[in-house]
Design a protein around this ligand. Structure first.
Ligand code: ADP
Ligand code: MG
Length: 360
């Protein structure tokens, strides 16, 4: 399995744009994307790197309230991790999964509500009940195996949202089929990066960013008023970039089959499952980056559009162009960028612009 890589990027953007991957200066732990380090106000910058939510997290905040913002954000991340983790037996989610019923806190209810909404909106490509299938493939424990078709058929009966009862008012959840289990891993980091922005905002931080394993969200602009420059990793070339996105007040969240996977007999099995088959999505996309002011939406959609594949992903964007933009990298090596960010994205490779009216 490919290990999540920490890398440090302090190179100037022009080098990045030329495809040069030389690394010169420590800055931030990231994997799928990197925020380039061209800070002029180093003395007003506070950073914190730590491991939580099964990934490397990097917080950056500028200005006199930076330290307070970072402390609030770190506490918030640790708190959400303790509540949402499927692998931590005492978390709300693990307790619910173990007991088949339970009561969720307000934050978790909001995430579940949104996850169920996305499940409907994406025609089932996003599904928050994938945990039995993730376990069957061995992803939570890294004891990988390939379940046979009859096992998968049985497991597919455990991921039907209609067999879950959920009340947003009381926070109660129960499953009517034994063995059903929640997994908010496809959306939790996006909710968390939204929450970090809220922490920054209420601490008086007007310029900052969080990277959760390369899922980036920013508040405001950089202190000098310039836009954040987020480099999107090339899925096939660990140290190369598809391009650089200039952005502010946005989440930039990527899903790809290159991140967590195992190989058996030369076949790669990755961690984004198709709820229609119970198998790793046989997608013609290698990487999906979603750009949106809503981190939770960006995270959920990065997973869902990967499952949908190129044509459906394009149609989905065309029907929802006001809420997000996307950068898609297909298995045939074509890079696609939606029209809403075409002026903000400097592609390192030839790229096709997806227009709102274009037929897929
Ligand atoms: P990552 O969290 O690794 O950056 P994703 O956001 O795409 O990547 O989330 C993948 C995780 O989401 C998996 O590890 C699993 O917990 C969960 N998951 C897998 N397939 C789906 C799916 N079709 N819908 C919703 N969640 C999924
Ligand atoms: Mg996701």
């Amino acid at each position: 399995m490919l290990r999540k890589w920490i890398f440090v990027i302090g190179l100037c953007v022009s080098m990045l744009c030329c495809g040069c991957s030389e690394q010169t200066e420590a800055s931030c732990a990231v994997d799928k994307t990197a925020v380039t380090n061209e800070d002029e106000n180093e003395d007003e910058k506070v950073t914190r790197d730590f491991f939580a939510m099964d990934t490397y997290i990097c917080l950056t905040a500028y200005g006199e309230n930076g330290e307070a913002g970072i402390i609030a954000a770190e506490n918030c991340i640790q708190d959400l991790d303790a509540r949402l983790s499927t692998g931590n037996a005492s978390s709300e989610i693990a307790q619910l999964n173990a007991n088949g019923a339970g009561r969720l806190s307000e934050d978790t209810c909001v995430i579940l509500q949104e996850a169920l909404h996305l499940q409907k909106e994406t025609n089932g490509a996003f599904n928050p009940l994938m945990y039995p299938i993730m376990q069957a493939w061995g992803f939570p424990t890294q004891e990988y195996r390939i379940p046979d078709d009859s096992e998968l058929q049985k497991l597919l009966s455990l991921i039907k949202p209609e067999n879950m009862q959920f009340s947003l008012e009381t926070g109660t959840v129960s499953f009517s089929v034994s063995g059903m289990e929640l997994d908010l891993g496809g959306i939790a980091k996006g909710y968390t990066s939204d929450a970090v922005m809220d922490c920054f905002c209420s601490s008086g931080v007007t310029s900052g960013m969080v990277s959760l394993g390369g899922n980036v969200q920013t508040i405001g602009t950089k202190p000098d008023g310039s836009l954040w420059r987020v480099a999107i990793r090339h899925p096939d070339k660990e140290k190369d970039f598809l391009g650089i996105l200039e952005t502010k007040d946005c989440a930039v969240i990527t899903s790809g089959g290159y991140e967590r996977y195992f190989e058996e007999n030369g076949v790669r099995y990755h961690h984004i499952m198709d709820p229609a088959t119970g198998k790793p999505a046989d997608s013609d996309l290698l990487s999906v980056t979603i750009v949106s002011q809503n981190g939770l939406l960006a995270d959920g959609l990065s997973t869902a559009l990967f499952v949908m594949g190129l044509d459906k992903a394009i149609s989905y964007w065309q029907a929802h162009a006001s809420t997000f933009d996307a950068i898609l990298y297909a298995t045939d090596g074509t890079l696609y960028v939606t029209a809403g960010i075409q002026d903000d994205f400097s592609a390192n490779y030839p790229c096709e612009i997806i227009q709102e009216g274009m037929q897929s």
